[in-house]
Design a binder for this molecule. Sequence first.
Ligand code: BES
Ligand code: MN
Ligand code: ZN
Length: 502
Amino acid sequence: MNIDVKVGRIGGRSGDTVVIGVFQDRPLEAKDAAGIDEKLRKYVSGILGYGDFSGKEQTTSLLYPDGEASPSRVILVGLGNPESFTLETARQAGSLAAKTAVDCSISEISTLVHGPGDSDASVEDCAQATVEGALLGTYHHTAFKSDENEAIGTLDRMTIYSGSKAAVGNVRAGATTGQIVSQGAIMARDLSNAPGNALPPRLLADAARKMAKSAGLSCEVLNKKDIEALKMGALLAVSQGSDEPPRFIIMERGTASKKRDTLVLVGKGITFDSGGISIKPSGSMEDMKHDMSGAAAVIGAMQAIGKLKPTLHVVGIVPASENLPDGKAMKPGDVITAMSGKTIEVINTDAEGRLVLADALAYSARYKPAAVIDLATLTGACVIALGDAASGMMGNDEKLLQRVKMAGEKSGERVWHLPIWKEHHDQIKGRTGDIKNSGGRSAGALTAGAFLENFVDFPWVHLDIAGTAYSDKLSPYGPAGATGEGARLLVQFVRDWDRDHK
Ligand code: BES
Ligand code: MN
Ligand code: ZN
């Protein structure tokens, strides 16, 4: 989709499809919206007067005004109450308007920025959110469809009008950021949606390399020999049941320096999780192709970070492996030695995510990071605790937890803080080895967090995205399947850090 930003009155072109956001039970206050209403001789406000369209959130109405040189269609989209307006409202409105257009085979729309003026949100942020909604809302995963007729339409062009010259710079900046961030989230969705046979660790690494090249990042991929040389015993143990060798992917924006902080983003990259010898039941096992969604979020975020060029050193790390049963696979009861030297008693081979993360987190220490965030579809327990309404957040640094929470709220990827207490550490004390990779069913998300905490000696946050990374129903701005969860949060977090640590 091409995105243009123009100064001037929206609706000046005949044949246009014009999108106007309407707050609930309010007249068209915003100058830009009132302008088009004037031009259409109060057509829109007349319709609002009938009460047919109240402006409730998640509602839309398609109008066909009559008259010369007027837009041929007007899409009204509800913004709800101005008091409860957030960037998420703008995102959802942007999505609904774009989807309404696509449903009518309309390929170009003109829109106003949803929300600013009537809310506390800035023009730039609202423009970003409007663009994100349109791009993410019209996303479809068609890479594996052979019938072209199945390809669902998308918008070719969206023109954003800014009524004032003063604001156009902010609209443009927001629109550009929105496009870059959305492309990152879409990359994450595409990777997560790819089937396991199409994206084993080898090919996930190739995708990361290709992304890095185009986004101006450096990328290093460690193969099995390199991983052995680093003594990453936990990652190796997970991969030993598969014919596909593991990969350890390192993407880098900028370089380490005394003047700049290093942030490390780690994503669980299990390209298929069968459970291994502790094999999963077959119902919904196909969803475990999404078990590299943490990796997908990191790779997508790194693409956006490469394009946004923060003055920081940002490292993206993905430990990638399959988890399969085999004669050579790791077994319950096995004791393995992680890169850090700690010994891990494998209680359940299906608790493989924490094993590959243990080595990735230990590796991260070499960057002397100011902060490390890991993302992982780690536990079914987190899905039970929070469902798909938020990712579980754990960590060891109050300030960092707060920053991640804020980035989650702003990006619309909400997180909820869960504790890691001494009790959770006690629950995973090993009998034969130092620690066990499972503490049983109770507090399953928290004992997973406690396990990871054994491998960090830096400010760290863990996000369990098991409940948010994919969905079997469509969401306000995405179809069923991968959501790309985490990519937008990570980009927001990095941008905020960049702003606050100059
Ligand atoms: N990838 C799964 C977690 C998962 C479950 C993600 C459902 C998305 C939806 C993870 O590797 C796993 O199997 N975890 C086990 C841990 C247990 C054996 C301690 C779980 O949650 O059951
Ligand atoms: Mn598992
Ligand atoms: Zn897993």
